[in-house]
Design a protein around this ligand. Sequence first.
Ligand SMILES: Nc1ncnc2c1ncn2[C@@H]1O[C@H](COP(=O)(O)OP(=O)(O)OP(=O)(O)O)[C@@H](O)[C@H]1O
Length: 329
Amino acid sequence: MAERAKRARLIYNPSSGREEMKKRLPEILQRLERGGLETSTHATIGEGDATLAAADAVARGFDIVIAAGGDGTLYEVINGMAEKENRPPLGILPLGTTNDFARALNIPRNWEGAVDVILRQHARPIDVGKVNQRYFINIAGGGSMTELTYEVPSKLKTMIGQMAYYMKGLEKLPRLRPIEVYIRTPEVELHEEVMLFLISNSNSVGGFERLAPDASLSDGLFDVLILRKCNLAEFIRVVSLALRGEHLNDSHVIYLQTKHIQVTSPDYVQLNLDGEFGGTLPCIFTNLPQHLNIFVDETGQTTYKNNNPLNLMNLWKPKTGDDNEHENE
Ligand SMILES: Nc1ncnc2c1ncn2[C@@H]1O[C@H](COP(=O)(O)OP(=O)(O)OP(=O)(O)O)[C@@H](O)[C@H]1O
């Protein structure tokens, strides 16, 4: 008896990035089908819909789930899958304004290359972060500037792409304020006034490629970076060091690795999870080791061009497809 074709559920956000998915859908479906994946689609209609669609795809027994869009869509899809017992492998088509996680996995930014990664079905087990009842795969953070990613209106991003982040970042710079936090891990306890804290799974975050140089996506550990209270000049200096990966020895920076971390604060602190609003403190972060299988480029051929790392405008600039093409395209 012939083996049945694998069934894939393609969950896509038609509004992602420059709305490329709307144009490319027939070609993407054709390539997936020719590559042997019987594919059906779900177009998301708004916030939270990709989470419902992913949970539904798991319940209906699809062999593969594909998230097409930006980091926001990926975040929602992961939140629909992470709780489930039988989690099918996940493919990513990075067609959003920000695609930090696809970048961390070296998934090609061009749709043909990304589809081919899915068709080769080389899965890598990836850690997932759990915070209260939500999940993240790339980074969680709180404090100055971390709310930037979800404060920029989607329409503005569609219209002017990354410029929208520059504008918002400049607007916020004079209003940087420290927050008071209590941080508890199995290894340390801290009580500090901090500008921000980041709890990272990968090293590719918001345009910083060397933020957590030892971060591994599969080691069961978070890389935690905390920036102590500082003034504007010091803030900019540490950020420019971070762009070169030279910030870890700075006296304002606390760096540690852990699998479990509790953060509380007397202040009102919003959480950013993979670029989306993720509730407020207090929070408990737990690393779920190798919780999801994600298709990656096993050939190692995908490389990303580095933008000018000394350009301070990169401060607020998540990498994009528009200015971040692959060298091997
Ligand atoms: N049909 C839709 N129309 C408008 N927004 C939608 C729609 N479907 C989903 N969304 C929302 O769009 C948000 C952004 O999606 P996504 O990350 O894929 O695109 P993006 O262009 O990279 O934007 P961002 O930079 O905000 O992540 C998601 O958080 C999702 O809730």
